[in-house]
Write a protein that binds this ligand. Structure first.
Ligand SMILES: N[C@@H](CCC(=O)N[C@@H](CS)C(=O)NCC(=O)O)C(=O)O
Length: 222
């Protein structure tokens, strides 16, 4: 049983969205504290939050004496501390394929569409909305194309799957769903990625994913 965790996040943060899905899949209770990423110049830059994470990014999970940032590490921590419903497959080579694919999303696609990167393009490099959207679409398209191909190759070798690599949701799906949410948010055309779309649809039928959706958070502004 959970000792009562606290998640510092934001409804539209895809990294916090990952952790919410992970906590829900593991059926762990947690309290959400909203860090508004835009209001007052961004509450992630406030001194109190800086104390919690000097990188000034969400999420941060606090579980007793443990205080962690980095969503993928948080998911790994949850698996190793609360072993039910594993988020990272246990056996090699699937375990490492899942970790690599989660990183394809979290390390290669996501950082390029993060708020501070977009703000830098706009504020420091004086690029307008059009270039910002072009940038977002270019990097998401490149990332999703590679992923779609990788998922198809995996199916050719291992047979069909409901979710990305497995028949129960894994860390890959936990990263994929929020990334596709971001894509829709910025009107990326997802038609060229049918496999990704079918996986996301399957995930979004599960209560753990539905409850973690940005629009279902207490701080949602929809
Ligand atoms: N690699 C980090 C990424 C964290 C991250 O980029 N968080 C974003 C929201 S998704 C954020 O806090 N952005 C605030 C900003 O850019 O100022 C993780 O996986 O936790």
């Amino acid at each position: 049983m959970s000792k009562g965790m606290t998640l510092f996040g934001y409804w539209r943060s895809s990294a916090a969205y990952r952790v919410r899905i992970g906590l829900n899949l593991k059926q762990l209770n947690y309290e959400s504290i909203s860090v508004h990423l835009v209001r007052n110049g961004g509450e992630q830059h406030a001194p109190q939050y800086h104390e919690l994470n000097t990188s000034e990014l969400v999420p941060v999970l606090v579980d007793g004496d443990v205080q962690l940032n980095q969503s993928l590490t948080i998911l790994q921590y949850l698996d190793e501390t609360y072993p039910g419903n594993l988020l990272i497959p246990e056996l090699s080579p699937l375990r490492y394929q899942a970790l690599a694919m989660a990183q394809d999303i979290a390390m290669e696609i996501h950082p390029l569409n993060n708020l501070r990167v977009l703000q830098y393009l706009e504020r420091e490099l004086s690029h307008g909305q059009e270039i910002k959207i072009d940038w977002l679409h270019y990097w998401m398209n490149q990332g999703f194309s590679a992923l779609e191909e990788k998922l198809a190759k995996h199916r050719k070798v291992n047979g069909d799957r409901i979710y990305s690599l497995t028949n129960s949701p894994s860390i890959v799906d936990i990263c994929l769903v929020p990334q596709v949410y971001n894509a829709h948010r910025f009107n990326v055309d997802m038609a060229p990625f049918p496999l990704i779309n079918s996986i996301v649809e399957a995930c979004n039928r599960l209560p753990a994913f539905i409850e973690a959706m940005p629009e279902n958070q207490a701080d949602a502004e929809v």
